[in-house]
Design a protein around this ligand. Sequence first.
Ligand code: B1M
Length: 210
Amino acid sequence: MSLIEEIRQAVIEGQAKAVVPKVEQALAEGVPADEILQKGLIDAMAEVGRLFEEGEYFVPEMLIAARAMSAALELLKPHLVEKGVEPLGRVAIGTVKGDLHDIGKSLVAMMLEGAGFEIVNLGVDVAPEKFVDEAKKGAQIVAMSALLTTTMPNMKNTIQALKEAGVRDKVKVMIGGAPVTQAYADEIGADGYSPDASSAVRKAKELLGV
Ligand code: B1M
């Protein structure tokens, strides 16, 4: 089994203690961080999702796999980011109300930070009013993540709350997350959608013209 495959397997099995030294070893051997991320970690979470759908995994297994992935992500962070000098703009990012999925949002936040954006990470289960507060405090982008079809409507609700607070035209709104699509972004009047963390960086730069 290759080292990447061992990392993937350890994440699927939720073995955070085994994942960390394996990721350290891969980095020391010169395996590119984005390869570890894609083939080791993100592929592993897709498999965890498949096992959950098939009834082989339950919520606790998903949770321990997520912990293993988060531990590995912390190690990769310094290798994934290119340091900017001046902040390119301020982004308030969070997973929408009712939704506790943290990893994809954190990855997007990490890549945006690395590209030179100032990040206000609001965490998970973020109510529309919190995004509105950050828009009022000067965030240039409100970035929302949703992993559940049942929580996606809170993206629309947040845009509505921004309108009602009179700050919709002061911010750009970008959205993403596994069930989210460009068509949904168009439908709810978001300014941008991106399918993954690296395209999120390109989209944020495009939205601010930086
Ligand atoms: Co949940 N879960 N989960 N879960 N979970 C999914 C999402 C699911 C698809 C699993 C499945 O059935 N195959 C399913 C959703 C079905 C649906 O709505 N269509 C599901 C379910 C049903 C649930 C519960 C309802 C289960 C239950 O209780 N019965 C429950 C809901 C809890 C809640 O939120 N209220 C639940 C709970 C959990 C855990 C807490 C156990 C755990 C999360 C732990 C944590 O985050 N700390 C968890 C996990 C781990 C998953 C899976 C397995 C993995 C998610 C993940 O981290 N992926 C997931 C299955 C899957 O996705 N295949 C699943 C890796 C991550 C890097 O990818 O988040 O997609 P992702 O982010 C990507 C892109 O989407 C994009 O960039 C990222 C990097 O490329 N992106 C953006 C994300 N946000 C973006 C924002 C942007 C731009 C791009 O701009 C702002």
